[in-house]
Design a protein around this ligand. Structure first.
Ligand SMILES: [Zn+2]
Length: 244
């Protein structure tokens, strides 16, 4: 009888532990793209933002593109500081599945949100995305996105430099982490492209779908936009104020 009681107690303790970790998984915004929008936009819980970047050797981000991302972050959030760290790693692969991308993040990422600091993780890869070789960038978790730097270089054309494209893709993927467009909230403005969910119907917005695709040269007349349009900014402002 005593043995059975002990067994039952340990069963209950074990399942309580399981429930706790399950609850942690369910409430963590990291699991789904767009779910960390309040953590990133608002100041209450996390007043500082850190951007951790891992890049495959020879595929480092351009400092001008990172400066622009920092500027865009400062324009739409109230963070008291935005810091950036970078480290490189080697890779023999040149085609990455989503599972592999998540595996690389698990191996390379060093910082997660803690205390008053939220952390966004950006992975710069060589090669291509296995599921769609036109992909230039992809937001895949609540606080993480990937940039395909060789694909961005390949996408440069005429007067549009790889750096112009990199700037647009960086801000676009950051916008997805903020929930743009209509990912987890409903905008008061009619600006979601019905043919490309969670993207803007305005080709002058950085959230236009073609920004993250190698098709962009077919879709855009000139330099790709690297800023949010007035509807995007209004959505972000309302979310920052807790009104949306
Ligand atoms: Zn997109």
């Amino acid at each position: 009888m005593r043995n059975i009681t002990l067994f039952m107690v340990s069963m209950i303790l074990a399942s309580a532990g399981c429930l706790d970790s399950l609850k942690e998984d369910l409430i963590s915004c990291d699991n789904r793209v767009g779910d960390c929008r309040y953590e990133i936009l608002q100041n209450g819980k996390y007043s500082k933002l850190h951007i951790e970047i891992s890049y495959v050797s020879d595929n480092e981000p351009s400092s001008e593109a990172l400066d622009l991302l920092r500027q865009r972050i400062n324009e739409v959030t109230d963070k008291t500081s935005v810091t950036i760290s970078q480290n490189s790693f080697g890779s023999t692969d040149d085609s990455y599945s989503l599972e592999e991308i998540i595996e690389i993040e698990n191996l390379q990422r060093e910082r997660y949100k803690s205390g008053d600091e939220f952390v966004i993780y950006i992975l710069y890869l060589n090669g291509e995305f296995e599921d769609n070789d036109k992909t230039l960038g992809l937001a895949y978790k609540g606080s993480s996105f990937v940039m395909f730097q060789e694909k961005i270089e390949d996408a440069a054309f005429l007067l549009i430099s790889a750096q112009d494209i990199e700037k647009a893709v960086l801000v676009h993927e950051y916008g997805h982490l903020l929930g743009l467009v209509n990912n987890g909230y409903t905008s008061p403005h009619d600006h979601e492209d019905p043919d490309h969910p969670n993207h803007s119907n305005n080709e002058e917005s950085v959230m236009y779908w073609a920004i993250e695709s190698q098709d962009l040269y077919n879709q855009l007349d000139g330099e790709p936009p690297n800023n949010f349009d007035s509807y995007d900014l209004d959505d972000l402002n309302l979310m920052r104020q807790g009104k949306l």
